[in-house]
Design a protein around this ligand. Structure first.
Ligand code: DHB
Ligand code: FE
Length: 305
């Protein structure tokens, strides 16, 4: 059986990608940002997931405003980097996992959770920047990645509750996949940022840190938060954080917080990152108390007689 072992969130600021591509990661400004992901890269290299599911948003690269699916699942064998105006980023092509993706599409859609099935798609900074932050800059990405694009660019985006429940449905899908795969869920985007208008540059660290606390310990609180609260407190683009709830919904209610990092700013944006791990399920069965065993035996005897 496949299972989700952990969830990781990360911002996807495009300037982080530009700093990598232009070899500026050692500059003090950028070193501050990248140093926060050293432990995460070590963790990823140790955990070695068989597959990642990356919840991210497309920024009008694969989907123009003519067609904007709310949830789009990448079922293709590969996803090349998109040209976002400066040519495609010099990063490896993302290899998908068409079998698991098709299984998730079937399970989730028949569970009445409508998804758009995407058989051809390029991926932009929303996906490629978190890949660099979590895997570094290898020649090939170390594992297949299933992209799940969420609309957070055109009103109305899905609610936090809907995102969380999609995470739950994905977990059910993964757990009904027969192959033994260890899956890591990625939630990307955020944290507080607004990139246009009079409030451009808005950063709200108090909100961001409370969001990270709740994501870790009390995600149900976040499920109820309306869009207007994200917009007011975390800026227009802060709404990207609803995607983190897909990741959280796919995890157990109680998780271990493995690592957290927060820094301000990167470009116009607050950078936030957290690693949450499901607690290992014990293979041993819980010992049943003697009196409970006796009561169960008595019940069976009553039924039989
Ligand atoms: C910027 C763009 C993004 O998509 C984002 O999530 C954060 C920042 C930017 O253009 O700076
Ligand atoms: Fe974005």
């Amino acid at each position: 059986m496949a299972r989700i072992i952990a969830g990781v969130t990360s911002s996807h600021v495009p300037a982080i990608g530009a700093a990598i591509d232009n070899h500026r990661t050692e500059e003090p400004y950028w070193k501050r940002v990248f140093s926060g992901f050293e432990k995460s890269k070590e963790w990823m290299a140790k955990v070695k997931p068989d597959v990642c599911i990356a919840v991210y948003n497309d920024h009008a690269s694969a989907f123009s405003v003519e067609i904007v699916p709310t949830f789009a699942l990448g079922c293709a064998a590969e996803f090349p980097p998109a040209d976002e105006g400066w040519g495609p980023r010099p990063v490896p092509v993302v290899k998908g996992h068409p079998q698991l993706a098709a299984h998730i599409a079937q399970s989730v859609i028949l569970d009445e959770f409508d998804l758009t099935v995407v058989n051809k798609m390029e991926v932009d900074h929303g996906l490629t920047v978190p890949m660099n932050l979590l895997f570094g800059s290898p020649k090939e990405w170390p594992c297949p990645v299933i992209p799940l694009a969420v609309n957070v660019v055109l009103y109305p985006p899905p609610t936090g509750h809907r995102c969380f429940m999609l995470g739950r449905a994905i977990r059910k899908a993964v757990e009904s996949y027969p192959e033994d795969l260890r899956v890591v869920m990625m939630g990307t985007g955020g944290m507080s940022h607004q990139i246009s208008g009079p409030r451009a540059g808005l950063i709200n660290s108090k909100f961001d840190k409370a969001f990270l606390d709740n994501l870790s310990k009390d995600p149900k609180k976040l499920m109820r938060m309306p869009h207007i609260d994200y917009m007011r407190e975390a800026g227009a683009e802060g709404i990207e954080m609803v995607m983190w709830l897909v990741m959280r919904g796919a995890l157990d209610d109680k998780v271990d917080e493995v690592y957290r990092f927060y820094t301000v700013p990167a470009s116009n944006t607050a950078v936030g990152h957290i690693i949450l791990a499901n607690r290992a399920k014990s293979a041993k069965r819980k010992p049943v108390a003697k009196h409970k065993r006796a009561a169960a035996r008595a019940k069976v005897d009553r039924i039989r007689s």
